[in-house]
Design a binder for this molecule. Structure first.
Ligand code: NAP
Length: 281
Protein backbone atom coordinates (compact mmCIF):
# COMPACT_ATOMS: atom_id res chain seq x y z
CA UNK A 1 0.00 0.00 0.00
CA UNK A 2 1.25 3.54 -0.78
CA UNK A 3 1.59 5.52 2.40
CA UNK A 4 3.42 8.68 1.19
CA UNK A 5 6.05 10.48 3.26
CA UNK A 6 6.86 8.85 6.64
CA UNK A 7 6.27 12.02 8.63
CA UNK A 8 3.13 13.89 7.64
CA UNK A 9 2.78 17.37 9.11
CA UNK A 10 0.06 19.98 8.85
CA UNK A 11 1.00 22.86 6.51
CA UNK A 12 0.09 26.55 6.45
CA UNK A 13 -3.71 26.65 6.62
CA UNK A 14 -4.32 28.74 3.47
CA UNK A 15 -7.18 26.61 2.09
CA UNK A 16 -9.49 26.49 5.13
CA UNK A 17 -13.15 26.58 4.09
CA UNK A 18 -12.41 25.48 0.54
CA UNK A 19 -13.41 22.19 -1.09
CA UNK A 20 -11.38 20.21 -3.62
CA UNK A 21 -12.40 17.33 -5.86
CA UNK A 22 -9.43 15.10 -6.74
CA UNK A 23 -9.97 12.19 -9.12
CA UNK A 24 -7.73 9.16 -8.54
CA UNK A 25 -6.93 10.22 -4.96
CA UNK A 26 -6.18 6.75 -3.62
CA UNK A 27 -2.68 6.23 -4.97
CA UNK A 28 0.33 7.88 -6.58
CA UNK A 29 0.20 11.52 -7.62
CA UNK A 30 -3.51 11.95 -6.80
CA UNK A 31 -2.96 10.74 -3.24
CA UNK A 32 -0.06 13.18 -2.77
CA UNK A 33 -2.24 16.01 -4.13
CA UNK A 34 -5.17 15.14 -1.86
CA UNK A 35 -2.79 15.03 1.10
CA UNK A 36 -1.17 18.38 0.21
CA UNK A 37 -4.57 20.10 -0.04
CA UNK A 38 -6.00 18.49 3.11
CA UNK A 39 -2.90 19.39 5.15
CA UNK A 40 -3.59 23.03 4.17
CA UNK A 41 -7.11 22.81 5.60
CA UNK A 42 -9.02 22.03 2.39
CA UNK A 43 -11.98 19.64 2.46
CA UNK A 44 -11.37 16.91 -0.12
CA UNK A 45 -13.69 14.69 -2.09
CA UNK A 46 -11.47 12.03 -3.67
CA UNK A 47 -12.24 9.22 -6.07
CA UNK A 48 -10.84 5.77 -6.74
CA UNK A 49 -11.88 2.97 -9.04
CA UNK A 50 -12.67 0.01 -6.81
CA UNK A 51 -13.91 -0.97 -3.35
CA UNK A 52 -10.68 -2.75 -2.43
CA UNK A 53 -8.72 0.42 -3.13
CA UNK A 54 -11.24 2.39 -1.11
CA UNK A 55 -10.78 0.17 1.89
CA UNK A 56 -7.00 -0.08 1.76
CA UNK A 57 -5.70 3.19 0.34
CA UNK A 58 -8.38 5.76 1.11
CA UNK A 59 -8.63 4.72 4.74
CA UNK A 60 -4.84 5.03 5.11
CA UNK A 61 -5.06 8.52 3.57
CA UNK A 62 -7.81 9.46 6.03
CA UNK A 63 -5.65 8.16 8.90
CA UNK A 64 -2.60 10.15 7.77
CA UNK A 65 -4.61 13.37 7.69
CA UNK A 66 -6.33 12.70 10.99
CA UNK A 67 -3.03 11.87 12.75
CA UNK A 68 -1.30 14.97 11.37
CA UNK A 69 -4.07 17.22 12.74
CA UNK A 70 -4.25 15.37 16.03
CA UNK A 71 -0.52 16.05 16.52
CA UNK A 72 -1.21 19.82 16.41
CA UNK A 73 -3.36 19.49 19.53
CA UNK A 74 -5.78 22.21 18.44
CA UNK A 75 -6.47 22.26 14.68
CA UNK A 76 -9.61 20.54 13.41
CA UNK A 77 -9.02 18.23 10.39
CA UNK A 78 -10.87 19.02 7.18
CA UNK A 79 -13.37 16.55 5.79
CA UNK A 80 -12.01 13.83 3.51
CA UNK A 81 -14.67 11.79 1.77
CA UNK A 82 -14.11 9.35 -1.03
CA UNK A 83 -16.20 7.50 -3.55
CA UNK A 84 -15.76 4.77 -6.10
CA UNK A 85 -16.27 6.11 -9.64
CA UNK A 86 -15.07 4.65 -12.92
CA UNK A 87 -13.69 6.79 -15.73
CA UNK A 88 -15.42 4.68 -18.37
CA UNK A 89 -18.85 5.60 -16.98
CA UNK A 90 -19.03 9.41 -17.21
CA UNK A 91 -22.74 9.62 -16.38
CA UNK A 92 -22.40 7.76 -13.10
CA UNK A 93 -19.07 9.44 -12.26
CA UNK A 94 -20.68 12.90 -12.46
CA UNK A 95 -23.83 11.78 -10.67
CA UNK A 96 -21.79 10.36 -7.78
CA UNK A 97 -19.70 13.52 -7.44
CA UNK A 98 -22.60 15.96 -7.56
CA UNK A 99 -24.62 13.85 -5.10
CA UNK A 100 -21.81 13.89 -2.54
CA UNK A 101 -21.14 17.60 -3.06
CA UNK A 102 -24.80 18.30 -2.27
CA UNK A 103 -24.96 16.05 0.77
CA UNK A 104 -21.57 16.56 2.41
CA UNK A 105 -19.82 19.61 0.94
CA UNK A 106 -22.41 22.36 1.03
CA UNK A 107 -22.74 22.50 -2.78
CA UNK A 108 -19.34 24.05 -3.39
CA UNK A 109 -16.13 23.29 -5.26
CA UNK A 110 -13.09 25.58 -5.23
CA UNK A 111 -10.46 23.23 -6.66
CA UNK A 112 -10.87 20.45 -9.22
CA UNK A 113 -7.90 18.21 -9.98
CA UNK A 114 -8.54 15.97 -12.99
CA UNK A 115 -5.85 13.45 -12.16
CA UNK A 116 -7.12 9.91 -12.89
CA UNK A 117 -6.62 8.53 -16.36
CA UNK A 118 -6.44 5.27 -18.30
CA UNK A 119 -2.97 4.35 -19.51
CA UNK A 120 -3.66 1.42 -21.81
CA UNK A 121 -1.00 0.54 -24.34
CA UNK A 122 -1.62 -0.64 -27.91
CA UNK A 123 0.16 -0.06 -31.22
CA UNK A 124 -1.66 1.04 -34.36
CA UNK A 125 -1.66 -2.60 -35.50
CA UNK A 126 -3.31 -3.86 -32.30
CA UNK A 127 -5.85 -1.19 -31.59
CA UNK A 128 -9.54 -1.81 -32.12
CA UNK A 129 -12.70 0.26 -31.89
CA UNK A 130 -13.24 -0.67 -28.26
CA UNK A 131 -9.75 0.52 -27.23
CA UNK A 132 -10.15 3.83 -29.06
CA UNK A 133 -13.62 4.48 -27.69
CA UNK A 134 -12.77 3.46 -24.08
CA UNK A 135 -9.72 5.71 -23.97
CA UNK A 136 -11.52 8.68 -25.48
CA UNK A 137 -14.37 8.27 -23.00
CA UNK A 138 -12.12 7.81 -19.95
CA UNK A 139 -9.51 10.44 -20.77
CA UNK A 140 -11.45 13.11 -22.67
CA UNK A 141 -15.22 12.73 -22.27
CA UNK A 142 -15.26 12.01 -18.54
CA UNK A 143 -12.95 14.90 -17.47
CA UNK A 144 -14.93 17.33 -19.64
CA UNK A 145 -18.28 16.02 -18.35
CA UNK A 146 -16.97 16.42 -14.78
CA UNK A 147 -16.13 20.08 -15.43
CA UNK A 148 -19.56 20.58 -16.99
CA UNK A 149 -21.45 18.90 -14.16
CA UNK A 150 -19.57 20.91 -11.53
CA UNK A 151 -20.37 24.30 -13.13
CA UNK A 152 -23.18 25.02 -10.60
CA UNK A 153 -20.78 24.22 -7.73
CA UNK A 154 -17.68 26.24 -8.71
CA UNK A 155 -16.92 29.37 -6.70
CA UNK A 156 -15.20 32.64 -7.72
CA UNK A 157 -11.41 32.16 -8.15
CA UNK A 158 -11.79 28.42 -8.59
CA UNK A 159 -8.82 26.37 -9.76
CA UNK A 160 -9.15 23.61 -12.37
CA UNK A 161 -5.99 21.56 -12.88
CA UNK A 162 -5.58 18.81 -15.45
CA UNK A 163 -2.82 16.21 -14.99
CA UNK A 164 -1.20 15.87 -18.37
CA UNK A 165 1.94 14.00 -19.36
CA UNK A 166 5.08 14.77 -21.31
CA UNK A 167 3.71 12.01 -23.59
CA UNK A 168 1.38 14.68 -25.04
CA UNK A 169 4.31 16.14 -26.99
CA UNK A 170 6.57 13.10 -27.43
CA UNK A 171 6.27 10.12 -29.75
CA UNK A 172 5.75 7.02 -27.63
CA UNK A 173 5.19 3.86 -29.67
CA UNK A 174 2.39 1.86 -28.07
CA UNK A 175 0.94 4.84 -26.27
CA UNK A 176 -1.07 6.32 -29.13
CA UNK A 177 -4.42 6.86 -27.41
CA UNK A 178 -2.86 7.91 -24.09
CA UNK A 179 -0.67 10.58 -25.72
CA UNK A 180 -3.44 11.75 -28.04
CA UNK A 181 -5.95 12.07 -25.21
CA UNK A 182 -3.51 14.08 -23.07
CA UNK A 183 -2.87 16.41 -26.03
CA UNK A 184 -6.63 16.76 -26.60
CA UNK A 185 -7.19 17.75 -22.96
CA UNK A 186 -4.31 20.28 -23.00
CA UNK A 187 -6.09 21.90 -25.94
CA UNK A 188 -9.46 21.78 -24.13
CA UNK A 189 -7.84 23.41 -21.08
CA UNK A 190 -6.89 26.47 -23.17
CA UNK A 191 -10.48 26.89 -24.32
CA UNK A 192 -11.88 26.27 -20.83
CA UNK A 193 -9.58 28.99 -19.46
CA UNK A 194 -11.22 31.45 -21.83
CA UNK A 195 -14.79 30.18 -21.35
CA UNK A 196 -14.69 30.01 -17.55
CA UNK A 197 -12.37 32.81 -16.38
CA UNK A 198 -15.15 35.43 -16.33
CA UNK A 199 -18.19 33.13 -16.06
CA UNK A 200 -20.77 34.60 -13.72
CA UNK A 201 -20.18 33.22 -10.23
CA UNK A 202 -16.75 31.87 -11.24
CA UNK A 203 -14.91 35.15 -11.88
CA UNK A 204 -11.16 34.77 -11.49
CA UNK A 205 -11.20 31.04 -12.19
CA UNK A 206 -8.03 29.58 -13.72
CA UNK A 207 -7.64 26.41 -15.77
CA UNK A 208 -4.20 24.84 -16.32
CA UNK A 209 -2.46 21.61 -17.27
CA UNK A 210 0.49 20.09 -15.45
CA UNK A 211 2.74 18.15 -17.80
CA UNK A 212 4.24 15.43 -15.65
CA UNK A 213 7.46 13.57 -16.30
CA UNK A 214 8.15 10.01 -15.19
CA UNK A 215 7.14 9.76 -11.53
CA UNK A 216 7.72 6.94 -9.08
CA UNK A 217 4.17 5.70 -8.62
CA UNK A 218 2.74 2.16 -8.61
CA UNK A 219 3.50 1.42 -12.25
CA UNK A 220 7.23 2.06 -11.82
CA UNK A 221 7.47 0.73 -8.24
CA UNK A 222 5.94 -2.62 -9.17
CA UNK A 223 8.22 -3.31 -12.14
CA UNK A 224 10.63 -6.19 -12.26
CA UNK A 225 13.86 -4.94 -10.56
CA UNK A 226 16.09 -5.15 -13.65
CA UNK A 227 13.62 -3.29 -15.86
CA UNK A 228 13.04 -0.72 -13.10
CA UNK A 229 16.80 -0.15 -12.65
CA UNK A 230 17.35 0.30 -16.36
CA UNK A 231 14.40 2.72 -16.72
CA UNK A 232 15.44 4.69 -13.65
CA UNK A 233 19.02 5.12 -14.85
CA UNK A 234 17.94 6.12 -18.39
CA UNK A 235 15.19 8.52 -17.28
CA UNK A 236 16.99 10.08 -14.32
CA UNK A 237 19.84 11.06 -16.71
CA UNK A 238 17.34 13.44 -18.41
CA UNK A 239 16.53 15.32 -15.19
CA UNK A 240 18.32 18.66 -14.78
CA UNK A 241 17.90 19.26 -11.06
CA UNK A 242 18.77 15.85 -9.56
CA UNK A 243 19.77 12.34 -10.66
CA UNK A 244 16.42 10.74 -9.88
CA UNK A 245 12.92 10.61 -11.36
CA UNK A 246 10.01 12.49 -9.80
CA UNK A 247 8.28 11.55 -6.57
CA UNK A 248 4.50 12.10 -6.20
CA UNK A 249 5.26 14.87 -3.71
CA UNK A 250 7.31 16.80 -6.34
CA UNK A 251 4.21 16.95 -8.53
CA UNK A 252 1.81 17.63 -5.64
CA UNK A 253 3.82 20.73 -4.69
CA UNK A 254 3.40 22.15 -8.22
CA UNK A 255 -0.33 21.37 -8.22
CA UNK A 256 -0.53 22.81 -4.71
CA UNK A 257 0.89 26.09 -5.97
CA UNK A 258 -1.57 26.17 -8.89
CA UNK A 259 -4.36 25.59 -6.34
CA UNK A 260 -3.27 28.60 -4.30
CA UNK A 261 -4.40 32.22 -4.49
CA UNK A 262 -0.83 33.19 -5.50
CA UNK A 263 -1.23 31.45 -8.90
CA UNK A 264 -4.12 33.76 -9.92
CA UNK A 265 -2.35 35.16 -13.03
CA UNK A 266 -1.57 31.73 -14.58
CA UNK A 267 -4.33 30.35 -16.78
CA UNK A 268 -4.60 28.37 -20.02
CA UNK A 269 -1.01 27.22 -19.49
CA UNK A 270 0.88 23.95 -19.47
CA UNK A 271 3.29 23.85 -16.55
CA UNK A 272 6.05 21.25 -16.83
CA UNK A 273 6.58 19.31 -13.60
CA UNK A 274 9.41 17.12 -14.83
CA UNK A 275 12.65 18.35 -13.23
CA UNK A 276 13.54 19.78 -16.65
CA UNK A 277 13.19 16.60 -18.73
CA UNK A 278 10.52 18.40 -20.79
CA UNK A 279 10.91 22.12 -21.51
CA UNK A 280 7.77 23.85 -22.71
CA UNK A 281 8.09 27.13 -24.65
N1 NAP B 1 3.41 8.27 -12.91
C1 NAP B 1 3.93 8.81 -14.00
O1 NAP B 1 5.08 8.55 -14.37
C2 NAP B 1 3.11 9.81 -14.80
C3 NAP B 1 3.74 10.49 -15.85
C4 NAP B 1 3.01 11.41 -16.59
C5 NAP B 1 1.68 11.66 -16.28
N2 NAP B 1 1.10 10.99 -15.27
C6 NAP B 1 -0.32 11.26 -15.02
O2 NAP B 1 -0.55 11.51 -13.65
C7 NAP B 1 -1.85 11.03 -13.28
C8 NAP B 1 -1.72 10.10 -12.09
O3 NAP B 1 -0.85 9.04 -12.43
P1 NAP B 1 -0.27 8.03 -11.30
O4 NAP B 1 0.99 7.45 -11.85
O5 NAP B 1 -0.28 8.71 -9.99
O6 NAP B 1 -1.40 6.89 -11.33
P2 NAP B 1 -1.61 5.66 -10.32
O7 NAP B 1 -0.57 5.60 -9.27
O8 NAP B 1 -1.79 4.47 -11.20
O9 NAP B 1 -3.02 6.06 -9.63
C9 NAP B 1 -4.12 6.16 -10.44
C10 NAP B 1 -5.32 6.69 -9.68
O10 NAP B 1 -6.40 6.81 -10.60
C11 NAP B 1 -7.43 5.87 -10.26
N3 NAP B 1 -7.86 5.18 -11.47
C12 NAP B 1 -7.12 4.38 -12.26
N4 NAP B 1 -7.88 3.89 -13.25
C13 NAP B 1 -9.14 4.39 -13.06
C14 NAP B 1 -10.36 4.23 -13.73
N5 NAP B 1 -10.47 3.46 -14.83
N6 NAP B 1 -11.43 4.88 -13.25
C15 NAP B 1 -11.35 5.65 -12.15
N7 NAP B 1 -10.21 5.86 -11.46
C16 NAP B 1 -9.12 5.22 -11.91
C17 NAP B 1 -6.78 4.87 -9.32
O11 NAP B 1 -7.78 4.30 -8.46
P3 NAP B 1 -7.56 2.80 -7.85
O12 NAP B 1 -6.59 2.95 -6.71
O13 NAP B 1 -8.92 2.38 -7.38
O14 NAP B 1 -7.03 1.96 -8.95
C18 NAP B 1 -5.79 5.74 -8.58
O15 NAP B 1 -6.41 6.49 -7.58
C19 NAP B 1 -2.41 10.36 -14.53
O16 NAP B 1 -3.25 11.26 -15.22
C20 NAP B 1 -1.19 10.07 -15.37
O17 NAP B 1 -1.49 10.04 -16.76
C21 NAP B 1 1.78 10.06 -14.51
Amino acid sequence: METGPAVVKVLTQDLVGKTAVVTGASRGIGRAIALNLALRGCHVLGTCSCDVTYNAHIISLQDSIFNAYRATGNLKPPLLEACVAHLTDPERFCHTLTGLLEVSFNNRVDILVLNASLAERKTIEDMDEDHIYRNLVANVETPLRIVQSLLPFFQPSSRIIFMSSEAARLSRPGGLMYSASKAAMESAVRTLAEELGLRRGMEGTTVNSVSTGLTDTGLVKNMDKRLRDSILSRESAKINVARRIGEPDDIANVVGFLASEASRWITGSVISASGGSTKIL
